[in-house]
Design a protein around this ligand. Structure first.
Ligand SMILES: CCCCCCCC/C=C\CCCCCCCC(=O)SCCNC(=O)CCNC(=O)[C@H](O)C(C)(C)COP(=O)(O)OP(=O)(O)OC[C@H]1O[C@@H](n2cnc3c(N)ncnc32)[C@H](O)[C@@H]1OP(=O)(O)O
Length: 192
């Protein structure tokens, strides 16, 4: 059943205004963390999403579905598809707003099966901001940006301070990641 009838965003929001130093339309977004299951190039069986910014602004991510991503024979696993949307939505929120944020809620509608060998074109947009909460949604189309919709998702991302990652995660790895972001001259607003 589709959730299309439910009000979205579920609370009153302000428009999401991209950060002045957000990547411009046409920019390819690199790997944000090499060990990320969603995009990392050091995770052999990961999803290897490749994302870029388009007008809108939106973020389009391509997910090439392989045998490593199966649930039923020849078909993608729904949980991995949800993971791809978490990554695609998170990439839109993080890169367009340039604020660290984590997924608080993620909903998915699986509309058509996604075969092994297909590429899902996931277009993600920001739907509104209410304080630390950013609402975002995405459509995943089969094999082309205008292909049939196979999966839709929407999520709530909550802006967090850097202490979220230093307290709960790997502080040393985070410092290396922050240093590489500084080398790439990426600008981040790290106080929610
Ligand atoms: C230095 C920077 C260097 C560079 C960094 C590179 C970045 C890369 C850029 C871009 C690519 C990113 C790609 C990544 C994609 C993947 C993302 C993930 O999968 S993240 C992992 C999974 N998520 C978690 O592990 C969260 C676990 N949850 C928590 O930690 C907390 O629950 C948290 C932070 C979400 C909220 O906790 P609270 O204590 O801070 O705040 P409270 O007050 O509870 O919530 C804030 C507001 O949100 C609502 N809220 C929270 N959870 C909700 C829910 N499940 N449903 C509805 N509302 C919820 C609350 O009701 C509250 O709303 P009211 O402000 O009062 O109106």
């Amino acid at each position: 059943m589709s959730n299309a009838g439910q009000s979205w965003p579920p609370v009153e929001t302000e428009p999401a205004v991209p950060h002045p130093k957000a990547p411009q339309p046409g920019s390819k977004l690199g790997v944000h963390y090499s060990h990320c299951f969603g995009c990392g190039d050091e995770v052999e069986v990961g999803l290897h999403l490749q994302s870029s910014v388009t007008d809108g602004p939106e973020v389009v991510s391509e997910f090439a579905v392989t045998e490593a991503h199966q649930g039923a024979p020849g078909l993608a696993h729904g949980g991995l598809l949800a993971c791809a949307f978490d990554e695609a939505l998170g990439a839109a929120v993080g890169n367009l707003l340039r604020k660290p944020a984590v997924t608080a809620k993620l909903e998915t509608d699986f509309v058509r099966p996604v075969p092994v060998g297909s590429t899902l074109f996931i277009t993600a947009r920001l739907d509104g901001v209410a304080g630390r909460k950013t609402y975002a949604s995405a459509d995943g189309r089969l094999d082309a940006g205008d292909g049939p919709v196979a999966v839709r998702a929407r999520g709530l991302f909550v802006t967090v301070g850097v202490e979220h990652f230093t307290t709960h995660g790997d502080k040393d790895a985070l410092e290396k990641l922050a240093a590489s972001a500084r080398r790439r001259r990426e600008e981040w607003d790290i106080n929610p």
